[in-house]
Design a binder for this molecule. Structure first.
Ligand SMILES: [Zn+2]
Length: 340
């Protein structure tokens, strides 16, 4: 009976948290926010540097300074030019091909350095966070603990018996995040190119060009945000699931229940919310599993809808960052009690 009470309290705490937070886990939201801020700073530095190179007006740097961010100002990652490229709309002369090449190479190098370290750190930190949160001993702590209180250094996966398959998951996620971040950075580069080309063609005055350039900021940031929120959510959830598996290695079946935010999309509402699933170690061709004459959906770390159409969506974790879905431990013997 005692266990019933605790489990009910846990569910109540989660449901309550869901009403106010993007994810009911505070630290999961915070790690997404932190990386979004980091990316926004990268955008600012990039646009500043491009403006400077073209001899446009300078804008003051934002004062966001954390350990993660100071790295962005690293000289290796900054735009470096032998000579300054002048933007000269009055002559109507295009920015020379060679000038653009130089600028483009510098932008690539700058963003490339960021994407490389971002994909690695963002994903392993998120996995590690998912692991540590799962190890906290009660749900209220899991929900309420702030990112500040969690030490993301010294990520010793062996401490929690992570297998090779588990750590492969981290690498795969890093590579996937790298591809998406690369897409954002390629897109940012081509948007900047478009603004400059159009500016020369239309004889756009410098102050207007400067404005057009900075108008890109919001678009670029939105692109970063989508990737950051998706990939950090995916990694924290997977870290959480792997940790769950390693924590209860002797359990015959680990049941989990899905929780989605109010207002989640139809897919999440249908496939995740309130669904009891079985957490298994590894992928298989079918995601249904029979236990004691009942059929359940199986989930596993790394299960994804990548390459599937909406009609064929699987129940995965998570599907959409803004639907705020997550899985939490479920005890099948409580079913009648909880649902009454
Ligand atoms: Zn959704």
């Amino acid at each position: 009976m005692m266990m019933h009470k605790e489990a009910t309290d846990e569910m109540t705490a989660l449901l309550k948290a869901h009403k106010v937070e993007k994810s009911p886990y505070r630290s999961f939201n915070q790690i997404s926010d932190q990386w979004e801020r980091y990316c926004h700073e990268v955008t600012t530095l990039l646009l500043q540097s491009v403006s400077k190179v073209l001899n446009l007006h300078l804008r003051k740097a934002s004062s966001y300074t954390s350990d993660v961010l100071s790295k962005a100002a690293d000289s290796d990652a900054s735009l470096v030019f032998k000579g300054r490229i002048q933007y000269n709309p009055s002559t109507g002369r295009p920015i020379k091909q060679s000038d653009w090449k130089k600028l483009e190479e510098a932008i690539k190098k700058f963003l490339g350095a960021e994407v490389g370290s971002m994909q690695e750190k963002m994903i392993s930190d998120s996995f590690w966070l998912g692991t540590l949160i799962n190890r906290l001993n009660d749900e209220t702590k899991r929900v309420k603990t702030s990112l500040k209180k969690i030490d993301l250094r010294d990520q010793d996966w062996s401490k929690f018996d992570y297998t090779d398959y588990d750590t492969d998951q981290i690498q795969v996620s890093q590579q996937a995040a790298g591809i998406y971040l690369q897409n954002v950075s390629d897109n940012a580069r081509s948007q900047i190119q478009k603004v400059l080309t159009q500016g020369v063609r239309d004889h756009t005055p410098k102050h207007k060009l400067y404005q057009n350039l900075w108008d890109l900021e919001e678009d670029i940031n939105r692109d970063w945000d989508r990737v950051v929120r998706t990939e950090t959510s995916y990694a924290t959830s997977n870290g959480n699931l792997i940790s769950q598996l390693r924590q209860e290695p002797d359990e015959e079946h680990i049941f989990m229940i899905g929780l989605s935010a109010p207002g989640a999309c139809d897919s999440c509402d249908g496939l995740i919310h309130d669904r009891v699933v079985v957490l298994v170690e590894k992928p298989s061709d079918s995601d249904s599993i029979d236990i004691d004459g009942k059929t359940y959906t199986a989930i596993w770390p790394g299960k994804t809808n990548f390459g599937r159409t909406v009609r064929n969506y699987w129940t995965t974790v998570p599907m959409h960052p803004y639907c705020r879905c997550l899985w939490t431990r479920w005890f099948i013997e409580l079913e009648d009690y909880m649902r009454s």
